[in-house]
Design a protein around this ligand. Structure first.
Ligand code: C5P
Length: 289
């Protein structure tokens, strides 16, 4: 059995209060992309895990940690084919872990598992619950409150992965050093982006694109600043950090716009390019938008 493990981007990412446990309350509109890893599940007498990138094999891999969190351990061989770049803010590892949980839920391991799936997902990582939704979503709490948005528009995305890694924990610490005004939920940029996304209103979603990490990371990481500048210089209408980086993306209504931007990009081959699109399935909005 095969499961797609999509990448994600955050159309908005608001970092709210730091909680006593050190985590931060978040508010974010997240969408899955067609850019995806693939998880293959085959019956096996014992648990086994192989990855297209051997350096990612081992107990620390989030997909393995998700399998180990299941009781009993699945009698299955998991083969993970990576396509999503690592340390990019695209949620690749979280999506792989969620695919293991979705496999368990759907009986792909040949038995029925019961668990508090959201709680289990959250214990693996903040982005994991989002990937259980299999949809765009408003994500709140520290990632565990997931409200699916429904049919996504068929918009296109160009992701650039600069040759640099960003530490998520360090990015949060940097944000904590500056006072942030409190932001009421009902007037928040995320709610605005959410309703615009549901209406398929591209211009309004584009105006709402925002990420509290964007300036912090762009100002401190040369390669990220360079990727953003290159996208804008190539005619992109917008350019935003993905999650806490280091990937950046631009959003467009159609594939031709993305292709034109990609052709004009003045970046070396060490800046990886991923032209992709919202994973909108075959949604009704994809047919009428
Ligand atoms: O949960 P995850 O492993 O993705 O988080 C990585 C780090 O990011 C955490 O150790 C924490 O420092 C920070 N974080 C946070 N608030 C969140 C999510 C993550 O402070 N809501």
């Amino acid at each position: 059995m095969k499961f797609a493990c999509p990448a994600k981007i955050n159309l908005t990412l608001e970092v709210l209060d730091r909680r006593p446990d050190g985590y931060h309350a978040l508010r974010s509109v997240m969408v899955p992309l067609e850019l995806a890893d693939e998880l293959l599940i085959e019956p096996s007498p014992t648990f086994a895990f192989v990855c297209s990138d051997p350096s990612l094999e081992g107990e620390e891999n989030l997909a393995v940690r998700a399998a180990r969190a299941l009781e009993p351990l699945p009698a299955a061989k998991l083969t993970l084919r990576k396509a999503i770049p690592m340390q990019a803010g695209l949620g690749g590892g979280s999506s792989d872990a969620a695919a293991v949980l979705r496999a368990a839920m759907s009986g792909a391991f040949g038995r029925t598992y019961t668990a508090d799936w959201v709680q289990l997902a959250r214990s693996l990582g903040s982005d994991v619950p989002f990937f259980l939704a299999d949809s765009g979503a408003l994500v709140e709490g520290t990632g565990e409150r997931v409200t699916a948005v429904g049919a996504l528009p068929p918009w296109h995305v160009l992701v650039i992965k600069p040759p640099v890694a960003v530490s998520t924990a360090a990015a949060f610490t940097t944000l904590d050093a500056v006072a942030r005004p409190s932001r009421p939920r009902n007037t928040s940029i995320s709610l605005c982006a959410l309703t615009a996304l549901q209406r398929g209103d591209f211009d309004e979603v584009e105006r709402s694109l925002s990420n509290d990490f964007h300036d912090v990371i762009a100002n401190s990481t040369l390669q990220v600043a360079r990727a953003i500048e290159a996208l804008l210089a190539a005619g992109a209408g917008n350019a935003l950090l993905a999650g806490s980086g280091s990937a950046v993306f631009t959003l467009a209504r159609d594939a031709a716009t993305i292709a034109a931007v990609e052709t004009r990009l003045d970046l070396g081959p060490e800046y990886l390019r991923f032209p992709t699109a919202f994973a909108h399935g075959n949604s009704w909005r994809g047919r009428v938008a």
